[in-house]
Write a protein that binds this ligand. Structure first.
Ligand SMILES: Cc1ncc(COP(=O)(O)O)c(C=O)c1O
Length: 397
């Protein structure tokens, strides 16, 4: 069904399923498999030779029709040649990078990367003899000056984790391709709906399916989509590291993807409403929402993105940790917790200044990351308003 030329909302409901081939059942079945049986030695041997091609049922590790259904749906929505499904977003980050670097190579990593991605570079890649240089998220075509003869990969995460700088993906991709580099991008924030990576020069696109795609805070999942030349290196790496996602998780991520456009549209609207409300509050300094002008790279977001999801940041003026604890600890609806992309609203404190090495982040105001879920915005705003009262009336509780 991947040749449909319809809107994303339609594609999300149809791609990767084929009821007539499945007794009319709407959803693809959950196949549980390690061993696959073949009728003849010839069919066995020819299939094993094809085991790293898309959609070949050979052995459980190489995927089943349940896996291929999710892979097809992702490729239909995001573009690219193929997709692989992994057990977590972090596995997708690691596998995508490891597919393209070897000892003695050099990698360019955005300074606003998800903190465990940095940890992977600093610990794992360093141990493997791969050097990482961090670069300013707003570097644009200036990336060219950082490319060395042994640089193999430029890695983007746009908007940046915690700080939401929008990167100039086409400019970075142009310079990278001129130097023979692969362009890898974490597109988890925008999802395949709000940023089309392959139209902007990305070669390999990484998603934590854990977030909006599955959407219900009950699954760990990773997905990598890529262009044809990158498919074999990624598949071989994923196979070589013995990575595969479980059948129930794979099925559940695909079920989440069916409603992604509707959830995302609603959460996006609600997040913007909350962001605008926050912007007018005297307690708030900056609102780091890519769709608002305060956000570094806002013009690039307007140029390249099709929407904004519901994760953003805001700073609190003149507060210390005690005041922030008052604000966050007393929330009725907003939970305090890692991850995002589910139906529930979340808040966490963030300290990007402690992570940066290529750039500085002014920690003069306290940064809070907010994820807006599917609760009514009036209720969310009322919860935040109570929180501000707790800061404003700071005294014995
Ligand atoms: C931008 C980004 N990429 C990747 C990941 C890793 O995903 P997972 O938690 O599924 O390992 C996360 C998790 O928070 C993330 O925020």
């Amino acid at each position: 069904m991947s040749d449909l030329s319809e809107h994303d909302e339609t594609l999300a409901t149809r791609a990767g399923r084929n009821p007539p081939q499945n007794h009319g059942v709407v959803n693809p079945p959950v196949y549980r498999a390690s061993t696959i049986l073949f009728p003849t030695i010839e069919s066995f041997e020819s299939r094993v030779a094809d085991r790293l091609q898309p959609g070949k049922v050979v052995y459980g590790l190489c995927g089943t029709p349940t896996t291929f259904a999710l892979e097809e749906a992702m490729t239909t929505l995001e573009g690219g040649y193929g997709c692989v499904v992994l057990p977590s977003g972090m596995a997708a980050v690691a596998m995508a990078i490891l597919a393209f670097v070897r000892s003695g190579d050099h990698l360019l990593m955005v300074d606003a990367a998800y903190e465990p991605t940095r940890m992977f570079c600093d610990d794992m890649l360093t141990g493997l003899g791969v050097e990482t240089t961090y670069y300013d998220p707003l570097i644009g075509e200036g990336i060219e000056a950082l490319i060395r003869p042994n640089t193999r990969v430029v890695y983007l995460e746009s908007p940046g984790s915690l700080t939401f700088e929008v990167q100039d993906v086409p400019a970075i991709a142009r310079a990278a391709h001129a130097g023979g580099l692969k362009v890898l991008m974490d597109n988890t924030w925008a999802t395949p709906l709000y940023f089309k990576p392959f139209e902007h020069g990305v070669d390999v696109c990484i998603h934590a399916g854990t977030k909006y795609i599955s959407g219900h805070s009950d699954i760990m999942s990773g997905l990598i989509t890529m262009t044809e030349p990158c498919y074999q290196p990624v598949r071989r790496t994923v196979f070589g590291f013995g990575q595969c996602a479980g059948p129930d998780d794979t099925y559940t991520v695909l079920r989440g993807l069916r409603t992604l456009p509707t959830r995302l549209k609603q959460q996006s609207l609600q997040a913007l409403e909350v962001a605008r409300w926050l912007k007018d509050r005297p307690e708030v300094g900056r609102v780091l929402h890519p769709a608002l002008p305060d956000c570094p790279g806002h013009d690039l977001w307007r140029r390249d993105y099709l929407g904004a999801s519901s994760l953003f940041g805001f700073t609190l003026r003149n507060v210390d940790r005690v005041a922030v604890a008052r604000f966050l600890d007393g929330m009725r609806l907003f939970g305090i917790g890692a991850s995002w992309g589910g139906f529930e609203s979340l808040l966490i404190p963030a300290y990007p200044g402690q992570l940066r090495t290529a750039t500085t982040w002014p920690d003069d105001e306290f940064l809070v990351r907010i994820h807006v879920g599917l609760e009514h915005t009036d209720d969310l705003i009322a919860d935040l308003e109570q929180g501000f009262k707790r800061i404003d009336n700071l005294g014995p509780e």
